[in-house]
Design a protein around this ligand. Structure first.
Ligand code: HEC
Length: 291
């Protein structure tokens, strides 16, 4: 809410997201790569410095792989929907001292309207995204599979893959589905022997839990928050287990995946009392403090 103009319609802006225009490749290896990129796209842990601390991730500006016409970040945006990606707030490398916010492009728009060549042959897209992550957003060097995944994810976005509905409501199920996809991608990377990529995938699942948690605000929902946080702690422990090369991680991740179904049912049953409920969200938006 802090990163949007005060006069936006809260239900349209914070309770709905654009639908994703993603064409998943049939080839299993390519599909895993797209899923890895999709998860990395959705966690600030990919980035470093101010962006990560603020909770900014690729999806903050490219909602569901598209754009974000209401994005308004103090010191980074000009008009809503623009960002200065050479802003020194996010970058110690790229700050150019010039205020030059640009419109956030729709990454799911026609490829001919995009500036960066996406052909696999020349890796321009990988080069561009590498610069974004490590220079613009001061992030650490991403695992190779993650960089390749981000590029493959962007390549797999296309107007032809857009669902009929332009937007969809946010829900517990929406975020937990993302979390499960990220964990499935973690299992894929573990099978390929890439621990660091798997750890980042778990970070993405944890980010999605965080987005549920922040909507389960208020004392009455404290038991639900404890459930969310217990699920999160399990993932944090699993990140440590991956770093320690423990052999039982895949089985434990599978356990998390199956338990997440019950968590989803329990949280969904309480969602009417949370900010997933448009009426409650509208009330909360009205109480928003200035600045
Ligand atoms: C603070 C908002 C913001 C964030 C966060 C952000 N982007 Fe962007 N992105 C932009 C803007 C603005 C442009 C257009 C820059 C320009 O025109 O020079 C852009 C351009 C791009 C392009 C090039 C589009 C083209 O025209 O070819 C790609 C690809 C892209 N972003 C991917 C990403 C990825 C991947 C991440 C996460 C690592 C990310 N973006 C994070 C705002 C953002």
């Amino acid at each position: 809410m802090r990163w949007a103009p005060r006069d936006v319609d809260p239900v349209a802006t914070f309770a709905h997201v654009p639908t994703e225009c993603l064409a998943l490749p049939a080839d299993p290896a390519r599909r895993l790569s797209v899923e890895v990129g999709r998860a990395a796209f959705r966690t600030p842990v990919l980035l470093g410095g101010q962006a990560a601390r603020a909770g900014v991730n690729c999806e903050t500006c490219h909602k569901a792989g598209r754009s974000n016409p209401t994005f308004l970040f103090p010191g980074v945006s000009g008009a809503p929907g623009t960002a200065d990606v050479t802003d020194s707030l996010f970058s110690t490398h790229r700050g150019d001292g010039i205020d030059n916010p640009k419109p956030i492009p729709d990454l799911s728009g026609p490829k001919t309207r995009l500036k960066v060549d996406q052909s696999r042959a020349n890796s321009r897209l990988e080069y561009f995204i590498h610069g974004l992550v490590t220079e613009e957003f001061d992030g650490p060097e991403p695992p190779k599979a993650v960089l390749a995944g981000l590029a493959d994810y962007v390549r797999a976005l296309s107007p032809a893959a857009c669902p009929k509905a332009a937007t969809e409501p946010l829900s517990v199920a929406y975020f937990l589905t993302d979390a499960r996809r990220a964990i499935a991608a973690a299992n894929g990377e573990l099978a390929a022997g890439d621990g660091p990529a798997a750890v980042l995938m778990l970070a993405s699942a944890r980010t999605r839990l965080g987005l549920i948690d922040e909507r389960f605000a208020g004392p009455a929902l404290s038991p639900s928050r404890q459930q969310i946080r217990a699920a999160d702690r399990r993932l944090a422990d699993l990140q440590d287990a991956i770093r320690a090369h423990r052999p039982d991680v895949t089985a434990r991740l599978d356990g998390w995946l199956s338990d997440s179904r019950r968590l989803e049912a329990q949280l969904s049953a309480k969602a009417a009392a949370s900010l997933f409920n448009p009426a409650r969200l509208t009330q909360a938006a009205r109480r928003r403090l200035p600045g």
